[in-house]
Ligand binder design. Structure first.
Ligand SMILES: NC(=O)c1ccc[n+]([C@@H]2O[C@H](COP(=O)([O-])OP(=O)(O)OC[C@H]3O[C@@H](n4cnc5c(N)ncnc54)[C@H](O)[C@@H]3O)[C@@H](O)[C@H]2O)c1
Length: 341
């Protein structure tokens, strides 16, 4: 099945209630799993739809365990959900991952809809059909490939998003726009304005449009390579170093946000590529309050990078960033100094 292609459906609207009629059209009994952080929005959707049963869970990494997947499955069983059921999953990336994982294994797979409520989940976690839970301190070793009926993106939930979550998602939004080029500069301007407004709902229709554009770019890339054997690697821009930085920070007891690690990773990709873009990117990331200095030495990071699942025959695939829309995939040997061969 290498490189299998797929069709990804993304729907958009202004408010959560905009998803209601699309969900109704799916037919069959509806069940709702929501992130407690967006309980009022879950309540308004429940009031509009005929929901058989609803369950709230605490968002964040704690929900991504086999134990909580079993708890969610238990909720479905207790509520009598059969194979014709649809599970609506509303929340941040963690709840989307855990809810989608459970739906994909419950009775060998039931339909599900994702309503991402963080910026990161809207541009990344809820797009692409990867579901997962964590195990033994490792991120995402247990998971499935399973696509939702559709992902519904609207600006309403972002109104309550704390600024650190805005920043984390901002790094992924910029990463995806950088892959294709257009929209990057506008996104920096609009995100800077949103962050200055300290977590209010996106004021600019245009930012919502850029979020949707990024979701479609990810969907487009994933569609060509659903099972992650080729083109999907582009999405790893900034992640080779990013994952290593995130893991090391966690190990040292000073965890950093995924988006912060990706920001540093993207800048390293631009620096290794050489050229003037690294300077601009550094200034842009700083404007958004994202870190630009790597807190670790290359000696500390390289062992983790070598262990990375993407290392093949001693070489790793690495995405160089020359500028917006100018990326290059290279195969390099991770050694000091990390160089572009
Ligand atoms: N499946 C994939 O392809 C994929 C891709 C990228 C990331 N992910 C996963 O996504 C997860 C990270 O997602 P995230 O950044 O959304 O973090 P998260 O889901 O941990 O959410 C962060 C916090 O924000 C809260 N929250 C959610 N919506 C909110 C809202 N509207 N207002 C206020 N608070 C809200 C959550 O309860 C949580 O406390 C990670 O587990 C990561 O592995 C998956």
């Amino acid at each position: 099945m290498p490189g299998q292609s797929c069709k990804i459906r993304i729907e958009t609207g202004r408010t959560i209630l905009g998803a209601a009629s699309m969900i109704e059209q799916l037919g069959g009994p509806l069940y709702l799993l929501y992130d407690n952080a967006v309980k009022p929005l879950a309540g308004s959707l429940s009031a509009r739809l005929e929901i058989k049963a609803a369950k709230g869970v605490e968002g964040g990494e704690g929900v991504k365990t086999l134990a909580s997947a079993e708890e969610i499955a238990g909720f479905l069983l207790d509520a009598g959900a059969g194979r014709e059921a649809t599970l609506i999953v509303m929340g941040g990336g963690a709840v989307c991952d855990a809810g989608a994982f459970t739906a994909s294994i419950y009775k060998r797979g039931i339909k599900f809809v994702l309503i991402p409520t963080t910026l990161l989940a809207q541009v990344d976690a809820a797009i692409g059909g990867k579901t997962a839970v964590n195990s033994r301190g490792i991120k995402n070793p247990l998971g499935t490939f399973a696509l939702p009926e559709f992902t519904y993106i609207c600006p309403e939930p972002l109104a309550t998003l704390p600024s650190e979550q805005w920043r984390s998602g901002a790094a992924e939004l910029l990463k995806t726009l950088l892959l294709r080029g257009s929209g990057y500069e506008e996104a920096v301007e609009l995100l800077a304005a949103e962050l200055a407004r300290a977590g209010a709902a996106p004021e600019h229709e245009h930012l919502h449009e850029l979020i949707i554009r990024a979701a479609h770019i990810k969907a487009e890339i994933v569609s060509e390579d659903f099972l992650d054997t080729g083109a999907r690697r582009l999405l790893n821009l900034g992640h080779t170093f990013g994952h290593a930085i995130e893991a090391l920070a966690l190990e040292k007891g000073a965890p950093i946000l995924h988006g912060e690690a990706v920001a540093i990773g993207m800048l390293l990709s631009a620096r290794i590529a050489g050229g003037p873009f690294a300077g601009q990117l550094k200034a842009d990331l700083q404007r958004l309050g994202l870190p630009t200095e790597c807190p670790f030495t290359q000696e500390e990071l390289l062992p983790l990078i070598r262990q990375d699942k993407k290392a093949e025959c001693g070489k790793i695939r690495f995405i160089l960033l020359h500028g917006p829309g100018r990326i290059e995939e290279v195969s390099i040997e991770p050694r000091l100094p990390l160089s572009h061969e």
